[in-house]
Structure formats: structure tokens, C-alpha cells
Design a protein around this ligand. Structure first.
Ligand code: R1P
Length: 301
């Protein structure tokens, strides 16, 4: 890539743009709606305030960022394509361009494992991951004692954000939502639209019973899609605890150094508020950590 700073750990261009999303600090908002398709992002962006004119960036890797204001509040709409790897690029690179809390709502489509009509909207309270077990012998079947699919433990959505999302959908349902709004269910994010969602193709996927097995082991399972688990997992993995710093009058760089993800000089590193030193007591300060809050709403198709 042209103008790439040589930093194998977190590559950026010479003008400080992250490698795949192409954005830099100031071009993405702390409140983000993420979708899978550019046309969906563009349609949502029609609701943004016309002034100031929204920022729009399309990258050769297929990420589209539209940043503007909705009723004066900065918001970004980011189209990321499909699957956990793209969700990973999006969350990590957006995080590096932002200070403070990051609030992400995924608006996606999903398959339904419950009896709802096409067009229903589901706000899951948690997600599991269902992935192909590469150690299973897909050619000869189960002879090597492995299961063909691995199922993770659930990871929860942000409770408050999910409730807000559900309430907002209920208040504003017309004319977009033509069916029921379901919430509190479990979502399964799969690594394939086909094998791990139980579709039969010409590959020997050993998946004929995968839906029955998942439903038997997870009574609340309602939806299949491909990105939500990774979003929830990254959000849940972000270190958020308020923690006392070791040195009360530490310069900001020392205070933040305890979090390995925030290296000096990065946007995340600079978020430590200037009030840190004035709140010092007994040789310690409480350093508020930014959060990543995530929720999802998925329309059954
Ligand atoms: C598959 O067709 C895609 O649709 C669903 C799945 O998660 C997968 O990405 O979501 P989106 O409509 O958001 O892309």
C-alpha cells in the first residue's frame, strides 16, 4: 500500500489513516451504526442532518464510512461487509480513531430459528459462536471422535443499549417494521452462511442435524447471522474497570500504560481526562476507562 507507515503492529498511512477502514481521528463518531451492505448505509445516511455535509469514505477493501450528525448528534454509519474478520477490522480500527466510549449498534439481517414472519425485528440479549471444527475429519465422518462444529459460551449485549434499541423500534416501528419485535433471545453467529447454518451444499459438511442440536442445547436460540458474536465479544473484552493508578501525580502517559492496548501516541491513549491529577487521594487516582457498548437488531429475511 502506498504511503504506509512501517508499523507491523498497527499499520497506518503517513497521514495517520488506519489501514483498512481508511479513516483517521475526527472522521468517525463515537456512536456508530454498522451494517453489512453499502446500500443500507447510504439509505440510513439519508436521515442525517444535511448540514454540515456528511463525510463519506469508501475504501478499496469494501468499507464505507459515513459520518455526520443526527439532530445535531455526531453519528457514523459504517458498512463492513460480512463475517467476523470484517467486524474485527471495523471495531479495532474505529477504536483506534476515537477517544472515550464507543457505542456500536449492528443493524443486520438474520435467519430465524423461531416462528416469526419475514420482516420481524429481533434484538438479541446474547450471542454464541458456531464455527467449523477443522480437526473433524470431514471426508471420513466422525471416525476421529471430534464434533464437526464448535459452539462457544454466550456473550451478552449491552443491557441498557439493547433495551433502548428495542424501545426505540417499538416507538417508531411504522412504516419500517411490518411484523413483531422480539427481544431477550439468543443469537448464533456462524462462520459460514452455509455449513454452520445447516444448509446442504455439495461439500460434505456433516451439518444435517446442526440446527436441531443447537436448539436442543440452547432453548432461547432465535437467530442465525454472522457478525454479532464477535462484536459482543470484543466489546466485552475491552478493559473497562476503573482502576487506581500507581502514582497520584503520574503524567498521563504513565497512567494509561497499564492497558496494553493503548500505547503512548495512540488516540486511545490520549483519552485519559485532564482531571486525573486533581482527583488524587492517598497516592492513588481512579482512572475512568472508556467502554465499548454493543447491541444488535436484526431483521428476519
Ligand atoms: C449473509 O447473507 C449476510 O447477511 C447477514 C449475515 O450476518 C451475513 O453477513 O447480515 P447482513 O445483512 O448484515 O449482511
Amino acid at each position: 500500500m502506498k504511503n504506509l507507515i512501517v508499523d507491523a503492529n498497527f499499520p497506518r498511512t503517513l497521514d495517520e489513516r488506519v489501514y483498512h477502514l481508511g479513516i483517521k481521528a475526527g472522521e468517525v463518531a463515537n456512536r456508530i451504526v454498522t451494517v453489512g451492505a453499502p446500500s443500507r448505509a447510504e439509505r440510513i445516511a439519508t436521515y442525517l442532518d444535511s448540514s454540515p455535509k456528511p463525510f463519506v469514505l469508501n475504501t478499496e477493501r469494501g468499507f464505507l464510512t459515513i459520518t455526520g450528525r443526527y439532530k445535531g448528534v455526531p453519528v457514523s454509519i459504517v458498512s463492513i461487509g460480512m463475517g467476523s474478520p470484517n467486524m474485527d477490522f471495523f471495531v479495532r480500527e474505529a477504536r483506534e480513531c476515537l477517544n472515550g466510549d464507543l457505542v456500536v449498534v449492528r443493524l443486520g439481517s438474520c435467519g430465524a430459528l423461531i416462528d416469526v414472519k419475514v420482516g420481524a425485528v429481533v434484538v438479541p440479549k446474547a450471542s454464541i459462536a458456531v464455527n467449523r471444527n477443522y480437526d473433524f475429519d470431514f471426508v471420513n465422518g466422525s471416525s476421529n471422535q471430534e464434533d464437526p462444529y464448535r459452539v462457544s459460551k454466550p456473550v451478552a449485549a449491552d443491557v441498557e443499549l439493547s433495551a433502548l434499541l428495542k424501545d426505540t423500534f417499538e416507538r417508531t416501528r411504522e412504516p419500517v417494521i411490518q411484523s413483531e419485535i422480539v427481544s431477550g433471545t439468543l443469537n448464533a453467529s456462524t462462520d459460514s452462511f452455509y455449513s454452520s447454518q445447516g444448509r446442504i451444499t455439495s461439500f460434505p459438511d456433516h451439518n444435517a442435524d446442526i440446527i436441531d442440536k443447537l436448539k436442543a442445547s440452547h432453548s432461547n436460540l432465535a437467530t442465525f447471522e454472522m457478525e454479532t458474536f464477535h462484536l459482543f465479544h470484543l466489546a466485552a473484552s475491552w478493559p473497562t474497570r476503573e482502576r487506581p493508578s500507581q502514582v497520584a501525580t503520574a503524567p498521563i502517559s504513565s497512567v494509561a500504560a497499564g492497558r496494553s492496548i493503548a500505547e503512548p501516541g495512540t488516540a486511545a491513549h490520549q483519552e485519559v481526562p485532564s482531571t486525573v491529577e486533581s482527583s488524587a487521594q492517598d497516592g492513588h487516582v481512579l482512572v475512568p476507562q472508556p467502554r465499548i457498548r454493543a447491541a444488535a437488531a436484526q431483521m428476519v429475511f
